[in-house]
Design a protein around this ligand. Structure first.
Ligand SMILES: [Zn+2]
Length: 175
């Protein structure tokens, strides 16, 4: 189990030159964009990173992350625990133009002034690894299928009466 904390920034060229391995935790509540996408999170993401210079001379990071997130059920919107895991291969670039030269197997990460924002990198990977939709099992969900079906029927039968076109027709008929 990981116990150390990862820094928010690292010097990736030095780490790559030394073939360094970094591993540690980052607090999930530090990721504002993740919170915006799926709601507030607690706990940590576990991250493993291998920095190296590959055979083509590219500075790369091979990474893996794992977290337990609270994602809203698409049906009842109640958060449910969901394990998220991801592996990724990053190529360091110093400009957007250089990113285009990377092979498609590598995701570009921008290194500015020899600094890499690890917080941004890990948050990007977390967001990319989110499942499209999550549902409770029907038995556990606050909204059962029956409720959902009758709700839809109710909405369908109520719709014509409240249609603005009906109101308009009604007014025209009177004048
Ligand atoms: Zn649900």
């Amino acid at each position: 189990m990981l116990t150390t904390r990862l820094p928010g920034h690292v010097e990736p060229y030095k780490l790559a030159a030394r073939d360094e391995h970094l591993e540690g935790l980052m607090a999930l509540d530090a990721f504002a964009r993740l919170t915006e996408a799926v709601g507030p999170q607690q706990g940590d993401v576990e991250v493993w990173l291998d920095f190296t210079i590959d055979a083509q001379g590219r500075r790369v990071i091979q990474g893996r992350l794992r977290a337990e997130l609270q994602l809203p059920c698409r049906r009842c919107l109640t958060p449910m625990a969901q394990r998220v895991e991801s592996e990724f291969l990053l190529g360091m670039v110093t400009s957007d133009a250089l990113a285009a030269e990377l092979p498609s197997t590598h995701e570009p990460v921008l290194v500015e002034n020899e600094q890499l924002n690890l917080l941004t990198v890990v948050e990007d990977e977390l967001i990319l690894s989110l499942p499209q939709v999550v549902y409770h099992d029907e038995a556990d969900c606050a909204v059962s299928r029956d409720q959902l079906t009758s709700g839809e029927e109710a909405a369908a039968s109520a719709a014509p009466a409240s249609s603005p076109f009906d109101v308009l027709r009604h007014l025209k008929g009177k004048s």
